[in-house]
Design a protein around this ligand. Sequence first.
Ligand SMILES: [Ca+2]
Length: 252
Amino acid sequence: MFLSFVVFAILWMPVTVQSVKKRSFLAKPSWDDRISNIEFVAEHQAPSRCTCAAMCDINCGCFGFNSLVEKCRIHRSCDLVNMTSTENGWRYYLINPPPDCQGVMKSGETTSGLYVIDPLGGRQRLVTVYCDMEIDNGGWTKYEDFSIGDESTNYTLHLGGPNTGNLGDSIINPGLSDANLNGMSFSTVDRDNDRWNSGNCAALYKGGWWFNEFHFAFLNGPWPPENWTIPWYPTILSVSNITEVRMMIKPA
Ligand SMILES: [Ca+2]
C-alpha cells in the first residue's frame, strides 16, 4: 500500500458522527421503461428525481424514478442483467460512489462525516468511512510518503518527508533513537516484533503498534485510557482529556 501522506491526529473535543451524506448516482438510460426484478423495499411519491435520490439512504443500492406518475422505488440492490419486467416511465439509477474521500471532496462535499466509497471500483465492496474535510479541532501532524510493508515484513512502517501540523514529530525524530518508529515492524500482544529484547512492548503497553525499543508516539493505547502511556511526547503528556485519535491517509 503506497500512499501520499498520513495524518496522525489527536482530538480533544467530542466528535459527533453525522448521518451519511448524499452520494452520486449513475443513470442507466438503457434500462428505461424497465424495472428491477428484485423487489423494492419502499415506494414513495416523489415530485422529482432529486427528491427520490435523497430517499436513497445507506441501505439503498439503487433506485427507480418514474416521472409520469412521480413515484420513487428504493431497492437494496438491483440485478444489472435481468431488468426484464417493463413498466412505462421508469428510469433506474445506480449508486456510483467515489473511490476515496478525495473523490468525495471533488464531488463537492465540504463537511466531515460518513460517506460511502467504492475503493476497489465496480461496486465490488462498498464501505462507509469517515471523511475529515477540515482537520481543524485538536492537534495533528502530517507525514509525507506513507507506506506499510506487506505481511512478510510484519507491516513495516515507512514515513518520509517533512512533517507539518501543530503536534510536532514524535515518530521519525523523537529525540531518542530507540524511540524512532520509522522502519519498525508492527507488534501485537501475541507477535513481538519490537526491538526491546527483554519483553514485548505491545503486551506491556496494551495495544498493537510499531514499537521500537521504546516509543514517544502511541495512538492505539487501551481504552479507557488509565493505563495508556505516552500517546504523543512531549506535546500530549496526559491521556485523560483525549477523546479520539485518528490516522488519516490521502492518495497522491
Ligand atoms: Ca521484544
